[in-house]
Design a protein around this ligand. Structure first.
Ligand SMILES: Cc1cc2nc3c(=O)[nH]c(=O)nc-3n(C[C@H](O)[C@H](O)[C@H](O)COP(=O)(O)O)c2cc1C
Length: 373
């Protein structure tokens, strides 16, 4: 049996929902949903294989309206007829004993045009991302902004009706909420842009819409988390100073957690290589006593996770749980030396990573260490 100090402690979130331990499945897009946004059978198998050990599963991002679809094979949370399919997903996760959290999302200017009606890609302003072949989006109208805020609330209602325990608002990784907060993608001079306070208005309106949906529709305690990326490389771009102001305000919104999206848990600044102070420490010091902070990023071993949990109350595991779906169970049984630390190329079926996800993840250079076995 494991004598790990933190991992297996239960944890009660501010809403009252209790996680049986401190490790969550990080949200990971799997390209496995059907074209209409419904969850496929192979996707259910993928989630079942990764549920049970973790305290909660945070799903892949699910688009809240048809202009927000960022990936082929993405889960849809944008129509009521998708509620039965979302219900199957929540049930599959619950059947294994983990809480189920739906990540809700709009891709904004990062959406591939072929996935969007009339290829009409929208964002805060008509500024293309600094990546090759990025489309120049159309600036959202006031009406579209209000509709999108309402769509986050409607997606939350669907998650409640589908039996999820919570939603995570995707405010990270360059997508629409971050685009409104970023001085690179947001050049507006109305109430939705300009000063750092005004750039917060859209993300805060989304939080309010989500919280209102919970008040109106949830009969039980319901988790609302918020994911953010602390910095951007772009000039202008989100600075740590901007983010500390944002987390000050988010900490007052009665959220269950802030999930800090970093590729490495203890990462320093991506804007200033001389500033090596871990971003997670700066955020934990600033608001950790007010709102629980969740970390993520290249936490491979039980020692890595214990070290992280000495700083923050929860962590999520992404690629580790693709390579090792039994990560938590193996630590619990004291079988840490059995944890797979590379993608075993002859174990696609055993790992429950169906096509097209398998081919996609293997084609990204340096994403996973790979072994023939
Ligand atoms: C295949 C894949 C898909 C991902 N999709 C999402 C996503 O849908 N939403 C999100 O917030 N992050 C997504 N991420 C980022 C992960 O949640 C996580 O932050 C990142 O992989 C770093 O954690 P790790 O080192 O434990 O993998 C994805 C990562 C991977 C590898």
């Amino acid at each position: 049996m494991s004598d790990r100090k933190y991992i297996f402690d239960s944890y009660q979130l501010p809403s009252g929902v209790t996680l049986k331990n401190r490790v969550l499945l990080a949200p990971m897009t799997n390209f496995l949903s059907n074209d209409d946004g419904s969850v496929s059978d192979k996707e259910l198998e993928y989630y079942k294989r990764r549920s049970g050990g973790v305290g909660a599963v945070i799903t892949a991002c699910a688009n809240v309206n048809e202009y927000g679809k960022g990936f082929d094979g993405e889960i849809g949370a944008h129509r009521d007829d998708l509620i039965p399919s979302l219900h199957k997903l929540a049930d599959a996760i619950h059947a294994k004993g983990s809480k189920a959290i739906l990540q809700i999302f709009h891709g904004g200017r990062m959406c591939p045009p072929h996935l969007i009606p009339n290829e009409d890609v929208v964002s805060a302003s008509a500024v293309a991302a600094l990546r090759p072949n990025s489309p120049t989006p159309r600036e959202m109208t006031e009406e579209e902004i209000q509709q999108t805020i309402a769509d986050f609330g409607a997606a939350t209602r669907r998650a409640i009706e589908a039996g999820f325990d919570g939603v995570e608002i995707h405010g990270a990784n360059t997508y629409l909420l971050q685009q409104f907060f970023s001085p690179h993608s947001n050049r507006r001079d109305d109430q939705w842009g300009g000063s750092v306070e005004d750039r917060m208005n859209f993300p805060l309106a989304v939080v309010e819409s989500v919280k209102s949906a919970v008040t109106e529709h949830a009969k039980d305690q319901f988790v609302v988390g918020y994911r953010l990326s602390p910095e951007e490389r772009e000039e202008p771009g989100i600075t740590m100073d901007d983010t500390l102001q944002l987390v000050d305000v988010l900490a007052k919104q009665n959220l269950d957690y802030l999930h800090i999206s970093l590729s490495s848990f203890n990462q320093g600044s991506m804007r200033d290589e001389n500033d090596t102070r871990p971003r997670i420490d700066l955020i934990q010091e600033r608001v950790g006593s007010i709102v629980p902070v969740m970390g993520v990023g290249s936490l491979h071993t039980a020692d890595d996770v214990e070290g992280a949990l000495a700083k923050v109350p929860m962590i999520s595991l992404g690629r580790e749980m693709l390579m090792e779906p039994d990560w938590v169970e193996k630590v619990a049984k004291g079988e840490e030396d059995q944890i797979r630390t590379a993608m075993k190329l002859n174990q696609q079926e055993e790992l429950a990573i169906p096509e097209p996800m398998w081919t996609k993840i293997l084609n990204v250079p340096n994403w996973f260490p790979k072994e023939e076995e």
